[in-house]
Each structure stands twice: as structure tokens, then as C-alpha cells.
Design a protein around this ligand. Structure first.
Ligand code: FE2
Length: 287
């Protein structure tokens, strides 16, 4: 039996309603943004700034040993990052620093997955931006979620400097500022610890002259103890005068590092799972 004209119109209206409902469901359920956009699901904003405020208060008046957990280059290896977090959670730590490259290509879904995974960490943490995190919409997403690209703070009588060394990715965006680093190091009145993603002598990111200038700036700093970077994935350490330079190993296989700041002697250990080994002072690889 066929539909009359009235029935056809009613049927047409129902089809229209169903199509609009399906479109609404698809757009609201899956998100109107693409993985390449800057729309994130996390409600976290200005994370580093908020955490640093808490750390400054926490470190005030503290004396004795300071223990800092270090993570780097987790990229999309969330399993390795979770393994490292599980281990860090068993340790007595003041805070944790991730030295950047917590994504592969700066996707919003990667930012969300990283924030979600780091939520398992029982210690306060701050994050540096890595070159991979600065791809696409990564720079504005980092700015919104984590805050300033360069920042420093005092913790229990030590100066912690978090420096954005991604020279290539910040050519057209404000945020790569070696002069800021020079000022921070030169004006330090406390033992100083410099953290950056790309190593200052990286041939892809810096000319020989730029590396030499940065090296001279570090050597001229009143009391720079450590300059630590990620980016190279394999843990290494060497000395520059009295300054210890080290690459923090990537999270692959649950790797991380522990920096101990002791009034008598600082030490750095590279760890994999439950196994930690202090990196010896002197040139060469430590682990
Ligand atoms: Fe990197």
C-alpha cells in the first residue's frame, strides 16, 4: 500500500529529523576539532605556574636532601611512561621534571593522553616543551596547558631554570630567548640547575658560534652545577669545567633519572625499572 501526499510529507520530516540528529550526535560525540587542531579535552591550564607556586611554598625553609625525578622523550610510549611513573611513585621525591617531547607530532590527542597519564604521578611535576611538542598547534596548546616557555624558581635554596631551547621551532613564534637564559644564569645567587630539551651543542639546532656563546655563558655563571637535557634519548654525562652536563634517557623501557641535591654532594642516577645506577663524575657515558 503506497503513502498519500500527507504521508509522504510526514515521512520526509522524519528523515530530516533523523539526519539532523545523526549529524548532531557525530559532531558532539566525536568532537568538531581534528587531531591537528588546538582543541583539547583536558581542563588543565597554566600547570607549571600553578605547580611552581606550590613548590616555592613547599621548599621554603626546607634543608637537607632534595630529590628530583626526571623524565624525557616519552613521545607516544605511554607504557614506558607509566612504568617510569610507577617507579617514581615508590620514591621519596620533592618533584618531577619532564624534559620535553611528550608527543610525537604535537597532536591535541597526544597532549590529552600525556596529561591523563601524568595524572597517575603522585608527585608535583613541571614540563618543558620539546621540539616534537612544538609541531602544528603544539605551541599554543603547550602555552595554554603548561604556561610560560621559559621560567625559573627557587626551591629550598637552589635555583631551578627551565629553558626553552627549541631554536628551530620558535623561529616565527616568541619563546626562544637565549638572552633570558643568560640573565637567569648570571643573576643567580644560589646553586643553579639548568634544564632544557635540546642540548646546547646540537648541530642541527645551533651553529658552532651559538653553541660556543651558550657554553661561555654557562661557564660564566656564578654557580651552575648541572645542565640537563633530553632529545638525544640515550643517557650520557660529561663535564664542562665544574658543570655536569647530562642527557636524561627516554622513558622507553621505564627509564627515568633521579637528581639528588645534597648540601655535601649532588648526584645523578639513571634508572630502569627498579635498577638505578649513579652516573660517575667525569667524561663519558654513565649507564
Ligand atoms: Fe626532541
Amino acid at each position: 500500500m503506497g503513502l498519500d501526499k500527507k504521508g509522504m510529507m510526514k515521512f520526509g520530516r522524519m528523515i530530516t529529523i533523523w539526519v539532523l540528529a545523526a549529524l548532531f550526535f557525530l559532531l558532539s560525540g566525536c568532537g568538531v576539532d581534528t587531531p591537528f587542531g588546538s582543541q583539547t579535552k583536558t581542563s588543565v591550564e597554566n600547570h607549571n605556574h600553578e605547580t611552581i607556586q606550590e613548590l616555592v611554598a613547599q621548599g621554603a625553609g626546607k634543608t637537607g636532601l632534595i630529590r628530583i625525578g626526571l623524565l624525557a622523550d616519552s613521545h607516544q610510549n605511554y607504557k614506558g611512561l607509566e612504568e617510569a611513573i610507577d617507579r617514581l611513585n615508590t620514591q621519596n621525591l620533592d618533584f618531577v621534571i619532564h624534559l620535553g617531547d611528550f608527543t610525537n607530532i604535537g597532536l591535541n590527542v597526544e597532549f590529552d593522553a600525556f596529561v591523563r597519564t601524568m595524572g597517575q604521578l603522585r608527585h608535583p611535576y613541571v614540563v618543558l616543551i620539546g621540539n616534537h611538542d612544538a609541531i602544528g598547534a603544539g605551541i599554543p596548546m603547550y602555552r595554554k596547558i603548561f604556561g610560560e616557555f621559559n621560567t625559573s624558581f627557587s626551591y629550598a635554596g637552589r635555583k631551578i631554570v627551565l629553558y626553552n631551547s627549541n631554536s628551530l621551532e620558535f623561529q616565527k613564534v616568541e619563546g626562544f630567548d637565549p638572552q633570558w637564559a643568560a640573565q637567569e644564569l648570571a643573576s643567580a645567587t644560589e646553586p643553579t640547575y639548568l634544564f632544557q630539551h635540546v642540548n646546547y651543542d646540537n648541530k642541527t639546532h645551533f651553529t658552532d658560534a651559538e653553541s660556543a656563546d651558550f657554553e661561555a655563558m654557562m661557564l660564566a655563571a656564578p654557580d651552575l652545577r648541572f645542565a640537563l637535557n633530553g632529545h638525544l634519548h640515550a643517557g650520557t654525562q660529561r663535564n664542562l669545567g665544574s658543570i655536569r652536563l647530562a642527557t636524561i634517557p627516554r622513558s622507553e623501557g621505564g627509564q627515568y633519572a633521579i637528581l639528588e641535591l645534597d648540601p655535601a654532594k649532588d648526584s645523578l642516577s639513571f634508572c630502569e625499572g627498579s635498577r638505578c645506577q649513579e652516573v660517575s663524575v667525569g667524561p663519558g657515558s654513565g649507564f
